[in-house]
Write a protein that binds this ligand. Sequence first.
Ligand SMILES: [Zn+2]
Length: 667
Amino acid sequence: MDNQNEARQRVEELSVLLRKYSKEYYELDAPTVSDIEYDRLFKELQELEAKYPELKTSDSPTQKVGSSSERKFTQIKHKSRLYSLDNTYSYEDLVQWYERLKKNYGLENPPALVCELKIDGLAVSLIYENSKFILGATRGDGVIGENITNNLRTIKTIPDKLKNQISELEVRGEVFMPKTAFEKLNEKQREQNGKLFANPRNAAAGSLRQLDASVTESRELSMFSYYGRLDSKEFNIESHSQMLDFLKSEGFNVNPAYKKCSNIEEAIEYCKYWDTKRSELDYATDGVVIKIDSFLLQSEMGYTARAPRWATAFKFPPEEMSTIVKNIEVNVGRSGAVTPVAILDPVYISGSTVQRATLHNFDEIKRLNINIGDRVLIKKAAEIIPKVICVTEHAQHKESSFAPPEFCPSCGTKLVETEGEVNLYCPNHLGCPEQIKGRIEYWVSKDCMDIDGLGDNIVAQLVDREIVKTPADLYKVTVDDLLTLDLIAEKSAQNLYSVIQASKNPSLARFINSLGIRHVGKETSELLASRFVSLDALKNAAFEDILDIEGIGDKIALSILDFFSNSYNNEVLKELDEYGVKPRNSEIVSGSDKLKGLTFVITGTLSDTRDKFAGLIKQNGGKVSSSVSKKTSYVLAGENPGSKYDKAQSLGVKIINENEFRQLIGE
Ligand SMILES: [Zn+2]
């Protein structure tokens, strides 16, 4: 941007956007953009102001920490300022930060660090005088916060009284809502037609800033403490890690995952570990806070205008990124559902490059008001197809607005609407190439027949060349057929042929799942397989027999009956049988009531999946729960157990390992 007028315009735009986002975040508890998007715009503004100092105003968003709050509560000035942390987004940045500190402060030995999970909640400050909790406030803009003492008193993990006699102590922590409590709360809100919260952070913020403290009390909030400031020197606390231990001994809830690291390499290992494990935690975390451990070094390094030099926040690779919509395409799924897909400027999110994101249906396009050329925010959660969250900037030159198609883009058949559903459908189930591809891709996928090596590209070629029309056709494909495809060498054709032939005898559950019966997924398939044992028994099952299974309702039962009464499906099943594709009958597992009346919670890594252990518990008459309470009989804990382990300890719930569990069920 060379032209000053252009720069002025952009500075104004950015200021308006940043103020809006800041207000949404700090005052409305309802951010509409991710932190990374906010940081991107903030940095752009900073750079422009550096280049054109005359454009910098005293009320520019770059000159403020956060934003002042709406006056719902009385305001109080913090005893000492609550700084933000500088963010780092890459391991190289972390190494640079560390090396710079070493160089600037002439440190010959690598200084020790403390790594802590950065909890995605609300920062608060608590003041204790004469060992009693007397004042609690939100972070606010770092200088002035809101007095929410009464609300904080309702949080059980905030002690009212300290254990030692202490004249003055300030504790800071992050108030958060566990994911399980968040889901329960939204469930309740939905029942009562109340406001739904977008995420646990918003729910925690909304719950904490209630004028009626009894509402806060009903919301299952918790707090992790991560900072303490003592006026007296009598406890001889010389480092951050000692302070955390001290806070724990005074009755505060300190996140058990914190770790003292002797150098930056160890800290990076910590970040890598938690980047992959964070989804298993019952609270949201968006990064790792890394601090120099020694208080002496901390005071030597001091603060910049915004943040301490001795700490940095490493942000996990974002699950949200901003990019441009290049095109909107229409996808035809295996059931004929026609869905719009946004084609994106490639963007790197959570370890992979994303180029497509689902838009779900044509109503969603209207709701998002999305068009080609718009800048959008993309979200990717673990193993879920990326989706478009919102439009952040509309394109200047709008192309004609996107209209739903009338005809199937794959086979040209006129699309139909199904009553009560938002999707459009292609009714040409047997002849539509995209639907056939979708069914074959599903058939060979991991949870179905698990035919490794039969990728989408090969499936597409087999369908386009009309070698394969149904799953049964796969089993008559010859090595010669495979050799006619592009990019297949003799050896891999041989391999692929063998893999297909070797897949002919799956478990009954897999086979049922592979059929792609509407509303029947992996779990329902397992239920059906263990109840009916053989495919023939399932085919001949009566409506009442299916409905009799716990967890299966009318909709699923009807869909199963429909599937097996369809002549085309029966034709395919007959062919599969003729080609020797025969599911193995289920083993009859005899149940026991050894665990009758007992409730289990499973945590950590065991020798097999948690589902497997949950299955064993249920087979033996026990129950499985997702959260630990006093009613929990046992916590079955594997390697690296999470917060459930600590909770069990604090409640005195018996914790057992896998061997002890196997003894319980008599294995
Ligand atoms: Zn079609």
